[in-house]
Design a protein around this ligand. Sequence first.
Ligand code: ADP
Length: 673
Amino acid sequence: MNNYIKVVQAEKTNSKFKKTNSFSCHSNGYIQFEGNKRISFINEEAMELLKLDACPLQGQHIFSIFHFELTSIIETHIDSVIKESRFEQFDFMFSELPVQWLRFMIFPSLAGEYTLMILDITEEYIKKERISETQEINSIINETAMKLNKTEQPKELLDSLFHRLSSSLDLDFYFNYLWNKKDEKLHLMNYYGISETAADRMRVLAKGEAVCGFVASKLTPEVVEHVDKLDDRRVDLLKSFGIKAYACEPLISYGKLVGTLSFGSKKRASFTQEELDLIHTISQQVTLVLNKIRIVEEMTHNTNSLQKANIHLMQNEQKLRDIFEGAQVGIIILDNEGNIEDTNPAACSILGITEEECRSLKVEKFVSDSNQTPLEEHWSNLLSLGKTHSDEYMINRPDNTERIISFTASKDIYQGHHLIIFHDITLQKSIEQSLINEKNVAEKSNRTKTNFMAMISHELRTPLNSIIGFAQILYDDKKDPLTAKQEYRLGKILYSSKHLLQLINNILELVRIDSKPDMADDNNKTVNVKDAIHDCMQLVKNNALDKKIMILVEENLEDVTILVDPIRFQQVVVNLLANAIKYNKVEGSVSLYWRVTGHYLALFVKDTGIGIPKELQEKIFEPFYRIFHADFNIEGTGIGLTLVKQNVLEMKGTVGVCSREHEGSTFWVKIPI
Ligand code: ADP
């Protein structure tokens, strides 16, 4: 209350008294004095009001009963009443503690005497002061509201608000915390009255910590008075700043905590209810403004994000445009009626027309009648299925030249707009066609060659068989024995004839595989690998014996059956075994083994022979390819491995070799079981 009065005093420093026109009497003091200013009468109430001793005062000079300050004021009034015979009145704060306001009224009375009436108007004055105080508060609130509405900087707003309040409420500090949803803590945003270092000590508060944290957890205002006399850890911080009175308000918006706003004073130990109400009202206004600022900030942020997104969008659009313009394929955008809305340069060049000419033309303008699928069918497919395509489509250009394109079309790439992507395959088509023609010619000539070879081989085999037959009869004739020389020469004829027959047989076999590739599976049977291998070994047994070569079959091999043409399989194994013997050293060895992996049988034929140079290992499978060996004279036709490869391929398998020169070779065959 004291401070509250001080506020009023401060406003009225130069007017502790005021002229008033109306009054109401509570306890009237009454003093009668003469023209010489000597008291002729004084009543008890006057003595009480002026706090005078009961000693006789009649005859005393009237100024002697007032203290100095009052005397100097009253003197002027008394003088003017005496001189001008008029009514004078003024109010005076007679005492500060407790407050007492007196009203003095001076006027001429009977027979040259004068009257001084004294009224105690303290109550009335306090009422008035209250009214003016309320007006002051209202003006602060209004001013704040106006300022708040204009402010967009919370710091600026709170600082000016604080300065306005501090002069009226004797405030020295304010702290504004904002609630951070992420870490669930109060963060000091704005403050006044403390140093940066001091602020560092209280930048972040948890709920319940210090007075602000306590207010944030309770969501109700808190007033701490006579802080210096309190023994509570929550006010330690306030004490350290010398704060004596402290009021903290929660800032609540739509039922949610936004932050806290608190004010502190070093000069006073408590607040009046009116002051607290003022702080409360202001805090509510601050909440509104902080909210407004937050919304504006969010909107600005959103606008900025939108702007950024817009720029990004524009960049992307430019990128797409660049791709559209630079694409090597033709791109056309059509509307629902089939009108061309947009084209890229590649599309124009394929259609043989400029971009401007293209626009608004219907796509059907370019379509040739020679297409198997009419445009209408593609169009209805596009509209019903969402896409359509054609591997080849003939278009008619305005200069009457035709081009072949392949296209895909997608419906509604954006509202009512369809996309056609196409490329010119005219050149590719003509190359394809000439390749087909060349292939047909090649196939025809190959067939002729195959037929010729089959015919020749067949024609050669009949006389050759009779040559071998008769030569053999001559050779074996015991009745008419040949001379040693004749026998030697006939032996040569027989050997060469048999070699020639083998060559012809191989050629016929090659021709047979070549001419009927699709019949590969027709003769498939279930073959037991062990049995088949045994049969093959019988066929090459004599060759091995001649060179004293051991044929070894690995022990404990898996007993497996395969579905193959048994003759093909035998031919493959026999050819590999025959080579392993033929290209082996005398007294060498041939090993045979197999493995089953997944759905395949892998068969290995390993020899200890002359080996094959790395660079020739691919070539030996080519028809008639033979490696020339200066040290050995090994005869052959160069078709054995070609037959192996052809047969294995027919069995949908693969064949290969691993070999080291002078050490030996391992041929392998992998065929599906
Ligand atoms: P040919 O044996 O009738 O000459 P092939 O087609 O069977 O024809 O073989 C082609 C060539 O591959 C042979 O000339 C030979 O040089 C080489 N060759 C084949 N098998 C072996 C092997 N086991 N060891 C070393 N060389 C081989």
